[in-house]
Ligand binder design. Structure first.
Ligand code: HEM
Ligand code: HEM
Ligand code: FE2
Length: 443
């Protein structure tokens, strides 16, 4: 690392890994419940487990993005973070709000809106937290010597993500209107501004790892940002097909969302092209694996599996089934889980001065987690298609169908065990690196 203040990133990564571990625990609770072993039902009913699982996901990813931004911005701007103490306060308050929200869910303190379950009073604390974070990043950029395209795209993604949180906080008495604006948060995050965050981090990693000229890499970044906006904004329409909005959304949503995979294809081609063009001398092969991996798996999980159910004629049948969960898992993992893993793999040797990359554990972590997640995706997919046929086409009752597909969750839990083993190995390596230290500062 080049700047002392970059060390703060480590603590955000630590929080991220902790919350991921908890997320996986709740994933298993649901996996077993789907198999018919819902023994924890009295204490943690399925809907609570689900909300905790998905909210933990969002918070560990945000914590990872924030850590990455605290690492990248000082280096790109060539300036120490303006106020490190405030960044630590922001970290602790982020953890506190997250924990209070998660505990609250167990006592019915929540809103029943998928992904946006956090109650409004806590929303305001999130707003203050994110404003503090953005203030620190923007001030550092403002005072810094340089404003690179990479740092601006990353910052733009973070600022827009914060702004887009607000429509989800407005109160509506009408369910269709509420749902309409809920998608401004959920869809425009993952299929819009988070892609900019991913693109920014990906560009940074490719510059550092492949050694290809910044000018070349940043040119690609413009194309990706363009493709994301052209397709993603009106692509929101793929959530408006059957929720009570006008019929024109069937056409608009269908056409524009079908173009969304292009942005992910762009990212995959970008990463592969830069890898082939680069010198391939960078020693941190694990970081390279994760970087290429995120670009490719996100194209499959978000691009291809998104496309699979995005047309109105298909979505009519698959909406809200396990087909959605199939896509949700590989998309979130490939695009945002893996980019966080890539960044941590790249940053840890620089933060600690210990060159523990290229270990057997690190390789196993990569392959086990990815093969495990791919297996989970297949299990969800098979269960989902079976569900669609029985429930939506044959008209069988929901509960009876859920019993019929229990067997697929045995496969799911086996694959999830493989996935979790990979993640545990990754976290074991993370812990082995130890804490960041001043000796790691590059002269
Ligand atoms: C990294 C990017 C993406 C992530 C993380 C992601 C994740 C998700 C998640 C979690 C849901 C469920 C949301 C909810 O019901 O509240 C969902 C729904 C959906 N996604 Fe994606 N997605 C991504 C990209 C895409 C793309 C590119 C497409 C289309 C090409 C797509 C098509 C869909 C569709 C059609 C639904 C609605 C499913 C339903 O009606 O139940 N997604 N996505
Ligand atoms: C041990 C690992 C995991 C297991 C066993 C697991 C299992 C599950 C189950 C059973 C559901 C509920 C599906 C339903 O509504 O019936 C779920 C939902 C979800 N999980 Fe996981 N999960 C795991 C890890 C992950 C990871 C690592 C991610 C993201 C990177 C993730 C993202 C999601 C998302 C986005 C949803 C909501 C999907 C939707 O809206 O349909 N899960 N998970
Ligand atoms: Fe969407």
């Amino acid at each position: 690392m080049k700047y002392k203040s970059q060390q703060i990133a480590y603590w955000f990564f630590g929080l991220s890994m902790l919350l991921l571990t908890l997320q996986i625990v709740y994933g298993f609770i649901m996996g077993f419940a789907h198999m018919g072993f819902d023994t924890l039902h009295e204490v943690i009913p399925f809907n609570t487990a689900r909300a905790v699982h998905t909210n933990l996901l969002v918070v560990w990813l945000l914590s990872g993005f924030m850590g990455a931004a605290y690492y990248i911005i000082p280096e790109e701007a060539e300036y120490e973070l303006v106020n490190v103490k405030l960044a630590y306060i922001q970290l602790i308050s982020l953890a506190l709000v997250g924990v209070v929200a998660i505990i609250g869910y167990h006592f019915n303190y929540w809103e029943g809106r998928k992904f946006l379950e956090i109650p409004r009073p806590l929303d305001w604390l999130v707003v203050i937290n994110v404003l503090t974070f953005l203030g620190l990043i923007l001030m550092t950029l403002y005072k810094g010597k340089k404003r690179t395209t990479t740092s601006l795209v990353l910052t733009m993604g973070l600022v827009f993500a914060a702004l887009l949180y607000l429509p989800g906080m407005i109160w509506f008495d009408n369910q269709t209107t509420d749902s309409f604006f809920r998608w401004w948060v959920v869809h425009l995050w993952v299929e819009g501004v988070w892609e900019l965050i991913m693109g920014g981090i990906l560009a940074y990693l490719l510059i550092k790892i492949t050694g290809v000229d910044r000018e070349v890499i940043e040119k690609w970044l413009y194309i990706i940002v363009g493709l994301t906006f052209i397709s993603g904004i009106l692509g929101t329409g793929h959530h408006y097909y059957y929720i009570g909005t006008p019929r024109y959304w069937l056409i608009i949503g269908g056409i524009f969302s079908a173009m969304e995979p292009l942005a992910f294809l762009g990212m995959a081609l970008f990463a592969i092209a830069m890898y082939r063009k680069g010198e391939k001398k960078h020693p941190n092969k694990i970081a390279l694996n994760w970087t290429l991996g995120t670009a490719i798996v996100s194209f499959v999980g978000a691009g291809l599996l998104g496309l699979a159910h995005t047309l109105p004629g298909v979505n009519l049948y698959t909406h809200g089934t396990l087909v959605t969960a199939m896509h949700g898992h590989l998309a979130f993992w490939g695009a945002y889980g893996m980019i966080v893993f890539a960044f941590i793999s790249y940053a840890m040797p620089n933060l600690t001065g210990r060159k523990l990359f290229d270990t057997t554990n690190g390789q196993f972590a990569f392959w086990l987690s990815n093969i495990g997640m791919l297996g989970m995706t297949v299990a969800f997919g098979v269960a989902g298609v079976a569900q669609v046929y029985m429930e939506r086409i044959m008209g069988m009752e929901f509960g009876i169908v859920q019993k019929e597909i229990q067997v697929h969750f045995f496969v799911l839990v086996c694959c999830a065990t493989m996935f979790a083993t990979g993640v545990i190995l990754y976290i074991y390596e993370f812990i082995k690196y130890g804490k960041p230290n001043i000796e790691a500062l590059e002269a």
